[in-house]
Design a protein around this ligand. Structure first.
Ligand SMILES: Cc1cc2nc3c(=O)[nH]c(=O)nc-3n(C[C@H](O)[C@H](O)[C@H](O)COP(=O)(O)OP(=O)(O)OC[C@H]3O[C@@H](n4cnc5c(N)ncnc54)[C@H](O)[C@@H]3O)c2cc1C
Length: 447
């Protein structure tokens, strides 16, 4: 019998591993491990953890509806797997192959190394399949014939479009119902029960209607209006994408043939690009060690996190994030640049904060975007790029609607004054901008 382990692929349709298992034609047992490391420090109460667990609950319901069993266990993945393989060893349900989707963060690579080890220790095979990228990185590299990898997005994007036109990556029609059901009754003792009640998590909303509405109405305006966050035509599908409730192939296939979809598809390419960098750029997860960030300071970090900086657009965005787990892309850029540049705080603090707070948190995407804002890494903004949050707020939210929504104390301010720094603002924007340029010049170029 085969074993499939769900991770950030919480769906029952269009999974590359299901194609593989369907082809193998043997019964399959399905397992989801609630990873105690990823859920530590009360993560299950934070927006990112809640989003994941609500999608787990939705997946569980999908298995129930299909009359199939999704086994669930809490703990360190290799311990859970070892327990399962040993308990089925020698029985008719013995597992001869464990199948997962590839994952690219340092933690995930180490986790999968251990999973492979315990699988092979039990005499079974471990198979890891690519699912989460549109463009298979190895085939893409062959197609481009490039020596080394793309470090800059624009040429990557051009080739990525050419590659997908040449080698389409269509959604699969194989679903859970097409796989033979494996039956087993492993003993999930108390040790493997989560320390929280999964029944408290409502199944996540469905992505389908959100995407349909966006493709029908929003996508054509997306390019022009993406940054105008009060009237944002963004799809809002990303919390579902990052839990794997919808595949990236499905998004691409539905969008690519529509008129005016170029800018949105470009964002899907950005997602692939950061995954591609995470695979090929050996410093991707360790730039904080490569650069000397010792001159930076944590001084104002808490005020930033609480939305108490005295810069209205930043405070509104951070309070909105803390409350809802949502933040439009333009506001993420403003908050990240303000923290790393004006406040000269190490990007890793902001990155960690977003890890807990974002509903659509994703390690690879979050890091790539923080590196860009902090002018560090292969594809980054120049060190002298320090956006002015006040002029950006005036441009993208001219009536101050977003500020009024999150800072009720400013709701009666005029459109002229609402964007301006408050008297007690923690930094002077002009002076802190000049200081940031000096600091980042020496971080990026060396002293
Ligand atoms: C500091 C910072 C941190 C970020 N952290 C994350 C994160 O943890 N997880 C995450 O998925 N995105 C992150 N982003 C990227 C971006 O802000 C979100 O992907 C976007 O806001 C999602 O909005 P949406 O659901 O409306 O998708 P849309 O705007 O409709 O975009 C469609 C899809 O394109 C992809 N996409 C859009 N913008 C980007 C981008 N800048 N980079 C990579 N992919 C993109 C997403 O997969 C999204 O589902 C971050 C951006 C910044 C500046």
């Amino acid at each position: 019998m085969k074993l499939f382990i769900h991770r950030k692929d919480l769906r029952t349709e269009d999974l590359a591993a299901f194609d593989y298992l369907h082809e193998a034609g043997q019964p399959v047992l399905h397992l989801l491990i609630l990873d105690s490391f990823l859920l530590k420090k009360d993560r299950e109460k934070e927006h990112s953890g809640v989003n994941f667990l609500r999608h787990v609950s939705r997946l569980h319901r999908q298995y129930d509806k299909a009359g199939r069993t999704l086994h669930m266990a809490y703990g360190e993945p290799h311990e859970v797997l070892s327990h399962l393989l040993k308990s089925l060893k020698g029985s008719e349900q013995e597992i001869d192959e464990v199948v997962v989707h590839r994952d690219f963060t340092p933690y995930a690579r180490e986790r999968d190394r251990k999973l492979k080890q315990v699988t092979e220790d039990q005499g079974a095979a471990f198979t890891s399949i690519l699912d989460t990228l549109m463009a298979d990185p190895e085939r893409f590299a062959e197609f481009t014939g490039k020596d080394g990898y793309y470090k800059i997005f624009a040429p990557f994007h051009k080739k990525w479009l050419e590659y997908l036109a040449h080698s389409p990556n269509e959604p699969s029609s194989v679903t859970l119902a097409d796989l033979q059901a494996g039956e087993a009754n492993p003993d999930w003792s108390k040790k493997f029960q989560p320390p929280f009640d999964l029944d408290e998590y409502e199944p996540a909303d469905e992505w389908e209607q959100k995407l349909e509405d966006f493709l029908k109405d929003g996508i054509r305006e997306y390019g022009d209006k993406r940054d105008y966050y009060p009237e944002l035509p963004a799809s809002g599908v990303n919390p579902h994408v990052n839990a794997g409730a919808v595949s990236i192939r499905e998004l691409y296939a539905r969008a690519i043939r529509l008129d005016g979809s170029e800018e949105w598809v470009r964002q899907l390419a950005f997602r692939d690009f950061y995954l591609y960098l995470a695979i090929y750029d050996e410093d991707y997860f360790s730039y904080e060690k490569k650069y000397d960030l010792s001159g930076l300071t944590k001084e104002h970090f808490e005020r930033w996190a609480k939305g108490e900086t005295g810069i209205p657009v930043i405070d509104a965005a951070m309070r909105g994030l803390n409350e809802t787990g949502l933040m439009p892309n333009r506001l993420r850029i403003l908050c990240a640049m303000f923290l790393t540049k004006n406040l000269q705080c190490p990007f890793t603090l902001g990155e960690n904060y977003f890890r807990r707070k974002l509903l659509d948190y994703d390690n690879v995407q979050n890091r790539g975007n923080w590196l860009w804002c902090a002018s560090l890494g292969a594809n980054s903004s120049p060190y002298f790029r320090v956006v002015n949050p006040v002029t950006q707020s005036e441009k993208y939210d001219p009536n101050g609607e977003h500020i009024r929504q999150w800072l009720p104390e400013l709701k009666d301010e005029s459109v002229k004054t609402i964007h301006k720094p408050r008297k007690d603002a923690i930094v002077d924007l002009k002076a802190s901008r000049a200081a940031a340029i000096e600091t980042y010049k020496s971080i990026v170029n060396g002293p």
